[in-house]
Design a protein around this ligand. Sequence first.
Ligand code: AMP
Ligand code: GLY
Length: 428
Amino acid sequence: MARGKRVLIVGGGGREHALAWALSKSPFVETIFCVPGNPGIAQIGTCLEVDGGIVGLAQFAEEKAIDLTVVGPEAYLSLGIADEFKRRGLKLFGPTKAAAALETSKVFAKEFMTRHGIPTASYQVFSDYEEALAYARKLEPPMVIKADGLAAGKGVTVAGDLAEAEAALRKMMVEGVFGEAGRTVVIEAFLEGEEASVLAFCDGDNFVTMAAARDHKRAYDGDRGPNTGGMGAYSPTSIITPSMQKQVEETILRPVLKGMAAEGRPYAGVLYAGLMITANGPAVVEFNCRFGDPETQVILPRLQTDFCSILAKTVGGELEGMELEWDPRSALCVILASGGYPEDYQVGYPIDGLEAAEAMEDVLIFHAGTARRGQQIVTDGGRVLGVTALGDDLTQAAKRAYEACELIQFKNRHFRRDIGRREGGIQR
Ligand code: AMP
Ligand code: GLY
């Protein structure tokens, strides 16, 4: 019999812990490496540091005879890790640098959508501050200001009035707080509606849609406070009905795949469509070229099809006709963060109660910003842990997840108490 697969996961957050967990359940996976990983992933695989950037990672994959590499963060994809691996004949799950432009350049993404008739907010692109200002002054607020390049999730300002819009433009275009990434900006119309994340496995020609999820981006309850990487998520969401999913597939996902192939940038990997479901149908708020964090922490626990096989088929261009099986139950994830995140916060505080929370039925604890100090796990980042629970419905999933959260203690722990509450009828 052929030996089991040796897989490499690149990244070290909660998303990567969920990827590692899903792969560890596969009968086809023998060995899991993760660079750099985290103490949660270290329970199911070998975590290590590898020097030398994407070339170092490719050499590592060659040395360890890795059969499949999965990339979490967009930064590696924007550097061309998929291209480097491909050149060496190594199998990697994730888009090429040219295809990742859907996330790494908002200008590319907007112009691409215009070229292919994909619904999105109307917009203009500026690299001259005075011209941007003049345009913003003509618009009716609210309006949305976006840095063109990657800005660690902080490059978007939803400006409620002109003063906010001017301040955002000044920060990006004059003060250069995002460096080159913010010298060119997109100013776009504010879309009214409900947000949802629809992710799909794409093999260049074909796609398979995952169960939809909903993220909570703001730091505080009631969607107040600054934008973060995500403070919690749940799946499924009633906003994405089966007919809405069809509409998203036909008006967004399929045209993206066709358009990218036609433009010589075939898209393979995860396509993450951040959507606004408006009165006129779904519109794209943003594309990401990777799994969402924390969406992955609620999507993968519901996936019943073998994850390793899906990744292998995606990389092999064999997704046609593939269907995915989903656990009908709901999953909900609450992020336990360090107080102060996404701005200044302290790390190094001992985390207690992990074992008790992990022992709960239908609860999964995904490590994100943690470190090991001897026998003790300590906080080591803004988003510290993702606490996911499954339940017969969202109410039960939320109840379990919050019970587990209460078992886990660390100094300055902060979490939102209202994850999932906007979904119809939830009581807590
Ligand atoms: P992004 O990083 O592009 O996902 O933007 C961050 C958040 O800003 C999104 O999740 C939305 O809540 C909000 N946002 C971005 N663009 C728009 C838009 N055109 N209309 C309304 N809200 C938006
Ligand atoms: N949860 C939002 C993201 O992964 O970008």
